[in-house]
Design a protein around this ligand. Sequence first.
Ligand SMILES: [Zn+2]
Ligand SMILES: [Zn+2]
Length: 261
Amino acid sequence: MKLSIHGCRGSTATSSPSTQRYGGNTTCFEISTENHQIIFDAGSGFQNVKFSDQHESFLLLSHFHHDHIQGLPFNPELFDPKNEIIISSGLCDIELVKQTIQKYFSPPYFPIDVVSLLSNIKFLPFNAVREKLDKDISLESVLLKHPGGSTGYKLIEKNSSFVYLCDNEFADDQRKSLANFSKNADLLIWDGMFTEKELADKKGWGHSSIEQAIDFNSIANCKKMIITHHAPYRSDKELDQIAVELPELFTLARDGLEIKV
Ligand SMILES: [Zn+2]
Ligand SMILES: [Zn+2]
C-alpha cells in the first residue's frame, strides 16, 4: 500500500505563509492498494486527489464536521462522469450519510445540489464496501470519542496494516480497546491537534495531544505513527520544534507526503 497525504490541517484551512511547508489543507489521506484507491475524508485537500484510471475509488468519511467533507466538490475531476466515487462511512446508516452530504452541498449552503447533479457520486453501505474490496483486504471500523461521533478505520492488505484514528479525544477507557484495534500496525494516523499543555483548556473539544500518541504507542506498538490534524495556528517553525523532540518512529503529517505502508 502507499499513503499520500493531501491535507493534514485541523478544523479550518489556513493559507498563512507561516504554515506553507506543512500545508494548510484540511484532512484528506489517500491509500492506494493493488486494485483500489481508498480516500479517508474529503477536507480541502481532496481537491488535489487524482482519480485512478484503473482502480475503483472509495471515500470513507470519519464524520461530517466541515473540515472532513468541505473539499468534495472542489476536485475538478469529479465533474468528469467517468470518475466514479463510492462514498461510505462506518459512522451511521448510508441514507444519513447521503442526506447529510446532500444538505451540506445544496442551497443555501452551496450554489448547486452536487449529489443530484453528479450521478458518478455513489453511496454504499459500509458492509457492502467491505465486500466489494479484494478478498485479501480487510477493512474494519471503530467508534471514536468526538462530539457527534467519529469513526476510525483499519485497512489490512496482505501483511500491511494502516490505522486511521481521526478525530478522537483519547480517553482512559479507550486505552485497551483502541490499543487492541491498532496493535502492531505498520502505520497509524493520530489526531494530535493539541500539545498536552493546550489540551488542559480544550476538554470536550474532541481532540488528543501529541504527547498522548507516544503514551498510546507504548501499548499499541505500531511501527510508525503520523501525527495530524495540526491546529490551524501551529506554524511550520513550531511543528519543526515539536518534530525534533519526537521519538524516531513518529512523523508529523505534511501535505504532499507519500509513504509506503
Ligand atoms: Zn477535524
Ligand atoms: Zn471533527
